[in-house]
Design a protein around this ligand. Structure first.
Ligand code: ADP
Ligand code: MG
Length: 227
């Protein structure tokens, strides 16, 4: 019993487990897709075989997307539940998302001014922010612009603003966002916003979405501080 207690302390939350599982899944996926690409470049490969290889590569891509949106790009943390001001999470997410922004010629405009502390799950918070950044950047795929990210401590809550200059949404589209598998993207997972809403609601926070079709979308998130 003592040993199992130690075990459960080692991986004390589901999200910590999912963060480490995602790292374990990512490696074999990367290796497999590397070998399949090599096979695809072979001079002796038959066209019919090449088709199977291409299909396998697409399926691997799909699995990678699900890991990215749902399972987590978050760092497995030793101390998963923390009481802090979110700064470390924003810094981490800025770091891992800036190559993606650059790739899409999106400028990241980030400001942080918050001293209000909350109690939250680090992995889950990172995953939530990653999905918001990712959606904002993807919305500007055709028309690169600026992604504004602002976190500010006001009164007894922290407010987060994530604003893009992307494709925007209609009222109906806003209402459907966050339903599992709802996606308007060619190869979307429809899982990113599920994580966003559940993370914020768990913290008794609120999300307000302001959007104009064809122009921009702003997520206003308010999360109360905790004692
Ligand atoms: P995915 O990104 O895989 O499509 P998400 O759950 O992350 O899944 O998002 C669901 C849908 O919500 C997207 O397909 C898109 O239609 C809409 N959406 C989310 N964020 C934005 C945004 N910033 N601008 C425009 N549409 C968005
Ligand atoms: Mg998404």
């Amino acid at each position: 019993a003592r040993e199992s207690l130690i075990q459960s302390e080692r991986l004390n939350t589901i999200s910590e487990l999912s963060a480490s599982v995602s790292h374990e899944i990512r490696n074999p996926l990367t290796v497999s897709s590397g070998f399949l690409q090599l096979l695809n470049q072979s001079k002796t490969i038959q066209p019919s075989d090449k088709r199977y290889v291409d299909l396998s590569l697409l399926e691997i891509k799909r699995a990678e997307k699900i890991v990215t949106d749902f399972l987590s790009l978050a760092k497995p943390q030793a101390e998963n539940m923390v009481r802090s001001n979110l700064e470390e999470e924003f810094v981490y997410v800025n770091n891992i998302m800036s190559p993606f922004a650059k790739m899409h010629q999106v400028e990241l405009n980030y400001t942080f001014d918050n001293s209000i502390t909350l109690t939250y799950d680090k992995n889950q918070m990172q995953q939530c922010l990653i999905n918001l950044y990712k959606n904002g950047i993807e919305a500007m795929k055709e028309n690169p612009g600026t992604l504004i990210v602002e976190a500010a401590g006001r009164g007894d809550a922290i407010t987060i603003r994530i604003q893009d200059e992307g494709v925007g949404m209609t009222k109906e589209e806003i209402a459907r966002m966050g339903k599992p598998y709802y996606s308007t993207k060619d190869k979307g997972t429809g899982l990113g916003m599920v994580v966003v809403y559940s993370t914020i609601y768990k913290l008794k926070g609120r999300i307000h979405v302001e959007s104009e079709k064809g122009r921009s979308t702003t997520f206003h998130i308010t999360i109360p501080g905790t004692e």
